[in-house]
Design a protein around this ligand. Structure first.
Ligand code: NAD
Length: 500
């Protein structure tokens, strides 16, 4: 076992003092790799106090100077991206190429955030009235918190840190306790890139640390990503404590397959989107909805063959399609859902429960599972499984297929596969989800657009990254100014000024 992990506070790694720890596993071997300290309220308070002091100075840096820190950080991460990807994969279980993608999608938001000097520009109206100019400016909030999930330990911390730091805030990052090593290393690289001590702090922990964040009066905003029950809890608690909050939750992403689609290409797309990262992606396709019985029969036959042929391997095996799940508990949860699906009467076409990887018998591996004839009342359909399980719900026509994702509790992403432009356009306009793919299975918007789900997949008004992130991490101040020159009538007025 390697030595215990630390926090990263005031520019350096510091040991935990709470005497509480959580195990961090090696999911390929099924062993404990190290332990991560779980911060007490007092440790969170101390980190916030450092961040408050550091933020005042950081906010005085001009935006271009702040952006240069981000650009140096980009360079440093790129120089060690292979080692970072290997570290990420060793704790998460995703394959190394997929881990590289996790880091890369985070870096794209850092690149976008380096445009802060432009993005933070205010508005100006000259001669809004006689001798009157009006302008607005964006100012940082102060200290903000990011509470992030296990499944993208690089990307999501960077989605939060990029725009928050570029806007002049200090950040308390509370990453997942399941794979905290990469967030810690990223914080170190920010420091090496010139970020002043205390501006980005990593406080590891569990509910105690999260509650300390949610109740701390000096934390002005909370960005959360994780499961829906916790997202809702964080949102209601943070907002009750007068903080800004944007909290993104779970998902059940559907793929609608129309009869006219190129089925081989569609199956290629579905297999990767359902089983990549062992299905532990908030944008994973977990429900396939073929329209019409003939499409369904052909689709299930092709999916079954491809699901049986998935290459499952350790995360360092670059030829593997997927690696293990993150923990034994995550694996058990998925197996329990498959058991339940069978009990509920769904047809288990491919059963991945008994998969064992030779030489890694204790690793948290599962084969891909495929269910057919799943119905909307089944738990398998209603709840997020977060594992390598794809369920097929057969729809009789387009309208029924459109209704399924629209009426589902979750509303993160959805995809439609078709050659029919009219149908795709109609679908994109009418479906009730936040992100839509047309022949694109995982429609994660690029850094300069915004990312966010609807309904139970997201709580709060603004999305992640893109221009919304700069709105979330800044407050707008508006100045109305009037100067005596040219103004003749300066008598007192007792009526509300208007532009009449
Ligand atoms: P999780 O909800 O278990 O944990 C997320 C964060 O909340 C972690 O930092 C964790 O320490 C903290 N936390 C856990 N339990 C808590 C509690 N009782 N009180 C306070 N804080 C608590 O989520 P996870 O398992 O790490 O991540 C997977 C989930 O995240 C899935 O549901 C997935 O769909 C979702 N996710 C959503 C998005 C999105 O953008 N919508 C992106 C990635 C992941």
């Amino acid at each position: 076992m390697t030595p215990d992990l630390t926090h990263f506070i005031a520019g350096k790694r510091v040991s935990g003092t709470s005497d509480r720890f959580s195990d961090v596993f090696d999911p390929n071997a099924g062993t404990v790799a190290t332990r991560v300290p779980l911060a007490s309220t007092a440790e969170v308070d101390a980190a916030v106090a450092d961040a408050v002091a550091a933020q005042r100075e950081w906010a005085r840096w001009n935006p271009q100077r702040r952006a240069r820190v981000l650009l140096r950080f980009l360079q440093l991460v790129n120089e060690e991206i292979d080692a970072l990807a290997a570290l990420l994969a060793s704790e998460h279980g995703k394959t190394v190429p997929d881990a590289r993608g996790d880091i890369q999608r985070g870096l794209e938001v850092i690149e976008f955030s380096a445009g802060a000097p432009h993005l933070l520009k205010g508005e100006y109206s000259t001669e809004a009235g006689t001798g009157i100019d009006v302008y607005s400016m964006r100012q940082p909030l102060g200290v903000v918190a990011a509470i992030t999930p296990f499944n993208f330990p690089a990307m999501i911390p960077l989605w939060k840190a990029g725009p928050a730091l570029a806007s002049g805030n200090a950040v308390i990052l509370k990453p997942s306790e399941r794979d905290p090593s990469v967030p810690l290393r990223l914080a170190e690289l920010f420091a090496e890139a010139g970020l002043p001590p205390g501006v980005l702090n990593v406080v590891n922990g569990d509910k105690e640390a999260v509650d300390a964040i949610l109740h701390h009066p000096d934390i002005r905003a909370v960005g959360f990503v994780g499961s829906t029950p916790i997202a809702e809890y964080v949102y209601t608690t943070a907002t009750a404590n007068r903080k800004r909050a944007q909290c993104f939750g779970g998902a059940k992403n559907h793929a609608i397959i129309l009869p006219d689609t190129d089925l081989d290409r569609t199956v290629d797309a579905l297999i990767g989107a359902a089983f990549g990262s062992a299905g532990e992606r908030c944008m994973a396709i977990s429900v396939a909805v073929p329209v019409g019985e003939e499409t369904a029969d052909r689709l299930v036959e092709k999916l079954a063959e491809r699901t049986r042929g998935l290459r499952i391997g350790v995360s360092s095996d670059e030829s593997a399609d997927l690696g293990p799940l993150v923990t034994a508990a995550a694996k058990k949860r998925v197996v329990d859902y498959i058991d339940l699906g069978v009990q509920e009467g769904a047809e288990l076409v491919v059963d991945g429960r008994d998969f064992v990887l030779d030489g890694h018998e204790e690793g948290y591996f599962l084969g891909g599972s495929l269910f057919d004839r799943v119905t909307p009342d089944m738990t398998l359909y209603r709840e997020e499984i977060f594992g390598p399980v794809l369920v097929v719900v057969r729809a009789k026509d387009y309208e029924e297929a459109l209704r399924l994702p629209s009426e589902h509790e979750y509303g993160n992403g959805v995809a439609i596969f078709t050659r029919d432009g009219d149908a795709a356009r109609d679908f994109a306009a009418r479906v009730d989800t936040g992100m839509v793919g047309v022949n694109v299975p995982i429609p994660v918007p690029l850094a300069y657009y915004t990312f966010g789900g609807w309904k139970a997949s997201g709580f709060g008004d603004l999305n992640q990254h893109g221009p919304d992130a700069f709105r979330f991490y800044t407050k707008t101040k508006t100045v109305t100014s009037r100067w005596p020159s040219g103004v003749k009538d300066d008598a007192s007025s007792f009526v509300i000024p208007t532009m009449a």
